[in-house]
Write a protein that binds this ligand. Structure first.
Ligand code: NDP
Length: 295
């Protein structure tokens, strides 16, 4: 039977499947989080840069599920990199969420042009880990060179690297490096949602892929369920976003069937090697121009 959690490199168990909340706004974010937790989800993935930490916190409280039973992730935005800035931003995020600790704190993007501040921010995360304010720390969007440099220059190997992974962009080299370093891969845009906000750029979104649709029909499941099951059978964490109660339930209903070795091999062949989103080397704060609120 497929395990519903994955052991991180510090022994902490992370639920394999969680809810993402990018672009979930206002009361829709609150009710998505609350509905998901009532459906059985135990992992919620937000970020300071999603501007919904307050609503996410409220959703957790409204769900009736104990805070202690929820695995809560938020992320530090680049303009808050640097040691003191990162510690301050952590306090702001946790106060917006109304929690006194996080389960996972991630650096949202590498910032190669400001590497010393990136490292200083990670060292602040190490401090928070030491103090018990976070239970695990990690990164997002770190390419192999960024990861190798980070591991060289800091003490705690990231527990997680959250990166773009879906059938069209499977990142085998990146994922193999995670395995080598003991880092859990967490897939963002796991069902290919990136094409809805970054443009399709000539790609067929995975949910519309004929092979995925044929497998879904053969297994009596939906394309989204097939893709999420593929992530889980690859022992990857995945955080599909939805604000729709039916789709929130659909995306969690993936533990009652199995993809065959042939299904898995066929999906592996869909990798185009082409990102849907920006290359992390180009994702500077000037390019992704956001102002994080001070409170
Ligand atoms: P997803 O692959 O999760 O797709 C989400 C999109 O698919 C939404 O438009 C949603 O619409 C729709 N959808 C959800 N379920 C279904 C379904 N069963 N059938 C058909 N359509 C469905 O993409 P995201 O880009 O949102 O990524 C997921 C999460 O990953 C984010 O929410 C965020 O938490 C994280 N992320 C992290 C990034 C990073 O830099 N670290 C970057 C991007 C994402 P609807 O809501 O209407 O159901």
């Amino acid at each position: 039977m497929l395990e519903t959690t994955i052991a991180l490199n510090n022994g902490l168990e992370i639920p394999a499947l969680g809810l993402g909340v990018l672009q979930s706004e206002g009361s829709a974010a609150t009710s998505a989080v609350s509905t998901a937790l009532q459906t059985g989800y135990r992992l919620i993935d937000t970020a300071a840069a999603y501007f919904n930490e307050r609503e996410v916190g409220q959703g957790i409280r409204e769900s009736g599920v104990d805070r202690a039973d929820v695995f809560l992730t938020t992320k530090l935005w680049m303009t808050d990199y640097g040691f003191d800035n990162a510690l301050r931003a952590f306090e702001i995020s946790t106060s917006r969420l109304e929690v006194d600790y996080l389960d996972l704190y991630l650096l949202h993007w590498p910032w190669p042009a400001n590497w010393s501040q990136t490292i200083a921010a990670y060292k602040a995360a190490e401090r928070l880990l030491e103090e018990g304010r976070v239970r695990a720390i990690g990164v997002a969007n770190f390419k192999p060179d960024h990861l190798r440099a980070l591991v060289r220059e800091t003490d705690v190997v990231p527990a997680v690297n959250q990166v773009e992974v879906h059938p069209n962009f499977q990142q085998p080299v990146q994922v193999a490096l995670h395995k080598e370093l003991g880092i859990t891969t967490q897939a963002w845009s796991p069902i290919g949602g990136v094409y809805s906000w970054a443009g399709e750029n000539g790609s067929v979104p995975p949910l519309q892929n004929e092979l995925i649709q044929a497998i879904a029909e053969a297994r009596g499941k939906t394309p989204a369920q097939v893709i999420l099951r593929w992530h889980l059978q690859e022992r990857r964490s995945a955080i599909p976003k939805s604000v729709n109660p039916q789709r929130i339930a659909e995306n969690f209903d993936v533990f009652d069937f199995e993809l065959t070795a042939e299904d898995m091999a066929a999906i592996a062949k869909l990798d185009s090697g082409r990102r849907g989103a920006i290359d992390p080397d180009d994702a500077t704060p000037e390019v992704i121009d956001l102002t994080i609120d001070e409170a």
